[in-house]
Design a protein around this ligand. Structure first.
Ligand SMILES: Nc1ncnc2c1ncn2[C@@H]1O[C@H](COP(=O)(O)OP(=O)(O)OP(=O)(O)O)[C@@H](O)[C@H]1O
Length: 484
């Protein structure tokens, strides 16, 4: 692939050594994972790049490493504050000048960043911002000035599926990101995601203007498969109301196994606590997030809430303590304000307490588990009553004339089908959802492959009947949904 000439821009080097040296020196990693080097080289040649790869593949390195090596500043557009916080902290620990500018940035830090941009030759290597900030005139002016000095190296759009998932309805600024292509046509753009089907992919490419010069675009599409995640659906109903007892039983079982003499010796050697089983439980409402974490603490389990209404200080403390495996901060009970992109290596389980609102959301959140490659559990408590409530919530959330209404409903329906399907492997179903033709081999890593008959029986016995739910629906029983 010949390097692309960039008018009025800086010279890029294609030295392999630079890349390997920086990987070791700055990022403390010994080798690239498959495809990372190719992605990085394409980016450094000035190409636009679209990357679709499984959660925990190491997509961030694909824009972070070029940002450290190339001249100029990289603007990273990221959807969630917790994700920005997580990445900036990790980069700063690696002595990279990375910063974030968002609604919660303290005034002193904001002044520093503005002064840095105003020099036209910023020292900041990576600046993490929200799409909302990118729509403001003042920020656009500051970036235009940097661009005129030929110091705007690259735009990276992390979690790019949000453009399609949210851009149509409630975060419309995602749709305005085409401003970058219109205003800085020669600045390369990289878009990265773990969860895009072909519709989402096309939407991302056209929204960012990456489809305007197909000859300048490199597309890397890898499997969504995460073989180390054990995927399971646990069937329940309003009447059984057994999530809490079921979870506590499971959790106690895990701790008991860690306390067996042989395992305990291993843990002592690794300087790990036998009662440290880091995990995330996703709920759908703030109230449940608070009440569930309190109930778990009451059982002696170190659980903490994380939702949008907590103060910045509380969120930072919770995230920092959880990442550092501090006793009492083992489990985060979160709404979707937490999760996407969060990187902690030893998350041993992700539990969905309620049905998530989309297939993409489910798999993104499950993808927080097992990022060290070790086996981890992902189970989802599914009830037909929740399915009714969540469908109502999704319909209420999306404006009636919302462009994306159909796609959002389809994504939820696909998730419901996945939960109610007891005819095949969960991993294969996930990969098929994301458009993969070759389905992976599952090594007993889902409830169906482990025990197909048992899974069918549990579904038959665990769920309320469709007739019952239908009668209740007609009586308006599910018209009240969770307050999120
Ligand atoms: N070449 C490598 N060698 C070792 N570790 C790596 C390498 N590349 C990335 N990692 C590590 O893998 C972990 C996951 O990386 P990252 O957070 O970028 O994943 P991701 O692909 O963005 O996932 P998600 O889609 O879930 O956000 C990080 O801890 C990162 O440091």
């Amino acid at each position: 692939m010949p390097p692309l000439a960039r008018t009025g821009s800086f010279v890029r080097t294609d030295s392999f050594q630079d890349v390997d040296f920086t990987l070791r020196r700055q990022f403390n990693k010994t080798s690239f994972r498959p495809q990372q080097r190719e992605i990085i080289l394409a980016a450094r040649e000035g190409r636009d790049v679209f990357v679709q790869a499984a959660t925990s593949f190491g997509k961030s390195l694909c824009f972070q490493l070029p940002a450290v090596l190339d001249m100029g500043i990289t603007i990273v557009i990221s959807p969630l504050l917790s994700l920005m916080m997580n990445q900036v902290v990790a980069l700063q620990a690696a002595k990279v000048d990375a910063r974030t500018l968002n609604s919660q940035t303290p005034p002193q830090e904001r002044d520093h960043i503005y002064a840095d941009l105003a020099t036209g030759h910023p020292r900041t290597r990576l600046l993490y911002v929200t799409p909302e900030l990118c729509s403001t005139d003042s920020f656009r002016k500051r970036l235009s000035f940097v661009y005129e000095q030929k110091e705007l190296a690259r735009i990276a759009v992390d979690e790019a599926h949000c453009i399609s998932e949210w851009g149509h309805d409630f975060r419309k600024d995602f749709k305005k990101l085409v401003w970058f292509r219109d205003t800085f046509p020669d600045v390369p753009i990289m878009a990265l995601t773990a969860t895009a089907n072909s519709r989402v992919r096309d939407d991302v490419l056209s929204t960012l203007g990456l489809n305007r010069n197909p000859e300048k675009l490199s597309v890397f599409t890898m499997t969504a498969h995460r073989p180390n995640l054990h995927l399971e659906i646990r069937y329940t109903s309003d009447e059984a109301d057994d999530r809490f007892d079921d979870f506590c039983r499971w959790f106690e079982g895990v701790i008991a196994r860690r306390r067996r003499p042989e395992r305990k010796r291993e843990l002592v050697e690794k300087q790990e606590r036998d009662d440290c089983v880091p995990g995330i439980i996703y709920t759908i409402s703030r109230d449940e997030c608070e009440s569930l974490s309190a109930a778990l603490r009451h059982q002696g389990i170190g659980a903490r809430p994380f939702h949008a209404k907590l103060t910045k200080e509380d969120k930072e403390k919770t995230l920092a303590n959880w990442i550092a495996n501090v006793p009492g901060w083992d489990i985060i009970v979160a709404t979707t304000a937490f999760g996407m992109g969060i990187d902690k290596d030893n998350v041993r389980f992700v539990v969905h307490w309620r049905l998530p609102k989309s297939f993409e959301g489910y798999y993104q959140e499950a993808g927080r588990a097992g990022r060290d490659g070790n086996a981890s559990y992902c189970f989802l408590y599914y009830s037909r009553e929740d399915q009714e409530r969540i469908s109502n919530m999704v319909m209420r959330d999306i404006p009636k004339d919302g462009e994306n209404r159909l796609a959002r409903m389809e994504s939820l329906q696909a998730l419901v089908r996945y939960c109610e399907d007891t005819s095949g492997c969960r991993h294969a179903a996930v990969c098929r959802y994301f458009g993969e033709v070759e389905v992976p081999r599952c090594d007993y890593a889902c409830d169906w492959c482990k025990d197909a008959e048992g899974t069918k029986r549990r579904m038959r016995n665990g769920l309320a009947t469709e007739e019952f739910v239908s009668t209740q629906r007609q009586e308006g029983r599910y018209d009240e949904y969770y307050s999120d």
